[in-house]
Design a protein around this ligand. Structure first.
Ligand code: FES
Length: 84
C-alpha cells in the first residue's frame, strides 16, 4: 500500500491499553506504519516521523493512540471518535 509519507497512517480507530513495566523505555510509533502496532519498528524511515519515547519509573497502564490524530500523543484523547 502506498501512503503519503507526510501523513500518519490510521492503524486503528480505537486506542490500545498497554502495561508499561517499571523502569522501562518504550518507543511509541507516531507514523502508524509499524507492523508492531503502537511500538516503533523503524517503519518511519523515509518520513518526517520519529518515535515518541515513553519512560516510566513505576509500572503504568497507558491508553495509547492508534489513529495518530491525538493532540496528546502518544496518549489517546478521544480524537479517533471524529474519524469514524
Ligand atoms: S486512538 Fe487516536 S485519539 Fe484515540
Amino acid at each position: 500500500m502506498v501512503t503519503d509519507p507526510s501523513k500518519p497512517v490510521i492503524a486503528a480507530t480505537c486506542p490500545q491499553q498497554v502495561t508499561l513495566p517499571a523502569g522501562s523505555t518504550t518507543a511509541y510509533c507516531t507514523c502508524g506504519r509499524s507492523q508492531q502496532g503502537v511500538y516503533c519498528d523503524g517503519a518511519h524511515r523515509g518520513t518526517h516521523f520519529r518515535p515518541s519515547i515513553i519512560q516510566v519509573d513505576e509500572t503504568t497502564t497507558a491508553t495509547l493512540c492508534q489513529c495518530r490524530h491525538s493532540a496528546n500523543l502518544p496518549y489517546c484523547d478521544g480524537s479517533h471518535q471524529t474519524l469514524v
